[in-house]
Design a protein around this ligand. Structure first.
Ligand code: HEC
Ligand code: HEC
Ligand code: HEC
Ligand code: HEC
Ligand code: HEC
Length: 203
């Protein structure tokens, strides 16, 4: 665990982080783009799939639960140190996307924290090359399902992250929890008297 002194340093880290994050978000406007798994195509709508298996998975709405990430990130450790979801996923309360933090935010702490660890060296190398960490998406929908999702209204209505993403304190890299199907969405919308007409969630 951290000593009192450690907490002070961490606290200072947050202040600096906040300042840097503000600068970053003002200058670039947008955070890191995250990659979809290779078999989900390009982001442009098309009914074509690169492989038959990908087409079959789309047809039965089967999604991978575990994704190999470029850095062995750990939610557990950062949350144990008192960080909040919104320190890193800054967009979540406002827009459609929660957003993934950029490498500059990571390095605002890891410039000084755990610098000798191999994973941290990898992060520093990305920054040095001027590259973002190429994270892979864990949560997404097949384009053929034509689903639109907005975080903002859910967070403002007080829906907890864990309802849809599970307990992140138990996860290192994010793991997709089963059940983000239509029944799950509509069931809760009925319960909360949120809109249930098709165009709420489909385009
Ligand atoms: C507010 C400060 C802060 C920020 C921002 C931050 N971290 Fe950390 N990180 C920590 C602390 C504290 C630890 C625990 C260090 C320890 O146990 O020695 C840690 C640990 C880690 C570890 C585990 C290192 C190991 O092998 O033990 C990884 C990997 C990591 N961070 C990656 C990241 C990435 C990627 C980002 C950006 C998305 C990030 N961190 C942003 C403070 C931060
Ligand atoms: C009602 C369910 C729900 C809740 C509550 C929810 N999410 Fe999500 N989240 C999703 C879905 C669905 C996706 C995939 C969206 C897509 O592909 O369009 C997603 C995607 C994400 C992503 C991927 C990147 C991005 O920019 O969207 C992150 C990060 C994320 N959520 C974080 C959070 C955090 C942090 C909270 C709480 C503050 C939260 N989510 C609350 C359903 C939810
Ligand atoms: C230190 C920064 C940091 C904090 C704090 C943090 N996350 Fe993350 N989160 C990340 C990074 C980096 C990724 C990309 C790697 C991965 O998928 O685990 C990520 C990924 C995710 C994803 C998967 C996104 C996708 O690809 O679809 C979800 C969901 C998520 N976080 C939810 C949360 C929630 C909920 C909290 C608070 C309980 C939280 N995170 C706190 C940095 C953070
Ligand atoms: C745990 C409950 C819950 C779950 C699960 C849930 N929602 Fe919601 N959703 C809400 C609430 C509450 C609102 C806010 C309604 C309001 O602002 O009046 C909302 C609002 C929305 C809105 C904005 C509606 C509008 O026009 O204002 C969309 C889009 C949406 N949800 C899509 C989804 C999708 C897609 C899923 C499944 C991936 C989902 N929701 C899962 C509770 C939920
Ligand atoms: C609250 C959000 C929500 C509402 C309202 C909603 N859907 Fe859905 N729908 C979803 C989600 C999420 C999926 C699952 C996508 C997946 O798993 O790939 C889905 C899947 C579907 C699919 C299967 C498509 C596929 O390839 O996966 C059809 C068809 C569909 N919805 C039609 C409808 C119709 C018709 C209505 C209106 C009566 C409706 N939906 C209302 C969220 C919603």
């Amino acid at each position: 665990m951290l000593s009192l002194r450690g907490w002070t340093v961490l606290g200072l880290g947050f202040v600096i982080t906040g300042a840097i994050a503000t600068l970053v978000s003002c200058s670039s406007g947008k955070q890191t783009e995250v990659k979809h798994p290779s078999y989900v195509t390009s982001g442009q709508f098309t009914t074509a799939h690169p492989t038959l298996l990908a087409a079959a998975k789309d047809y039965i709405d089967s999604y991978p639960t575990h994704v190999q990430q470029p850095i062995a990130f750990t939610h557990k450790v950062h949350l144990q140190h008192g960080m909040q979801c919104t320190d890193c996923h800054k967009g979540v309360g406002e827009g459609p996307d929660a957003t993934i933090p950029n490498v500059q935010l990571c390095m605002s702490c890891h410039q000084v924290i755990a610098t000798n660890k191999p994973e941290i060296k990898k992060i520093a190398a990305y920054q040095k090359k001027g590259e973002q960490i190429p994270w892979h998406r864990v949560y997404w929908f097949y384009q053929s399902a034509h689903v639109k999702f907005w975080h903002g209204p859910h967070i403002r209505a007080g829906v907890n992250c864990a309802t849809c993403h599970g307990d992140m304190k138990q996860q290192t890299v994010a793991v997709r929890k089963a059940g983000l199907d239509m029944g799950f969405c509509v069931g809760c919308h009925r319960m909360h008297k949120a809109p249930t007409d098709c165009t709420t969630c489909h385009f």
